[in-house]
Design a protein around this ligand. Structure first.
Ligand code: S3P
Length: 166
């Protein structure tokens, strides 16, 4: 069995929802990295971006990831941009099974529309999602396992991960 299971993927691919269900199935701890960052900063994600900028957020994100990666029996839902730094990708690969949750652009847009908590999607959500998907093409491909969640139920996704993890 792997030490941890680390969920990566673009915004709106189901990392938090799947992560909670997976942790419950394994009786492991669920950790949402964005929540840890908010606790650490004492500010919401949009506030961190607005007052300190994205680079500061990325530093906090790397700190939280490094702190968590040494632990065990955790399902870790990363933020969609946690894969951007090569050092983070390395830490994840050493920390456990890395699972890439994917979804097509339409599904992502449908899931994230109306959520004001993602500063990188401010403005025209559809345009922002398509542009970022383009910019991040291939960035999630280093995972041990990839699952397209577009038309899957949460329990099916959990079963698929468990089949690979055990
Ligand atoms: C981001 C994704 C967000 C959050 C922040 C930046 C990104 O997490 O970390 O808004 O760069 O893709 P989710 O993937 O959980 O939405």
């Amino acid at each position: 069995m792997h030490r941890n299971i680390i969920l990566i993927g673009f915004m709106g691919t189901g990392k938090s929802t799947v992560g909670q269900a997976l942790a419950a199935a394994l009786d492991w701890t669920f950790v949402d990295m964005d929540e840890r960052i908010v606790e650490k900063a004492g500010q919401s994600i949009p506030e961190i971006f607005a007052t300190h900028g994205e680079a500061y957020f990325r530093d906090l994100e790397s700190d939280v990831l490094h702190e968590l990666a040494g632990g065990a029996k955790q399902v870790i839902a990363t933020g969609g941009g946690a894969v951007l730094r090569p050092a983070n990708r390395e830490v994840m690969l050493k920390g456990g099974l890395v699972v890439n949750l994917k979804a097509d652009a339409e599904t992502i847009i449908h899931r994230v529309k109306g959520d004001a908590n993602r500063p990188l999607l401010a403005g025209d959500v559809e345009e922002r999602v398509r542009k970022l998907l383009q910019e991040r093409r291939g960035m999630y491909d280093y995972a041990h396992l990839a699952i397209d969640t577009s038309s899957m139920q949460v329990d099916e996704i959990v079963k698929t991960i468990l089949a690979h993890a055990t």
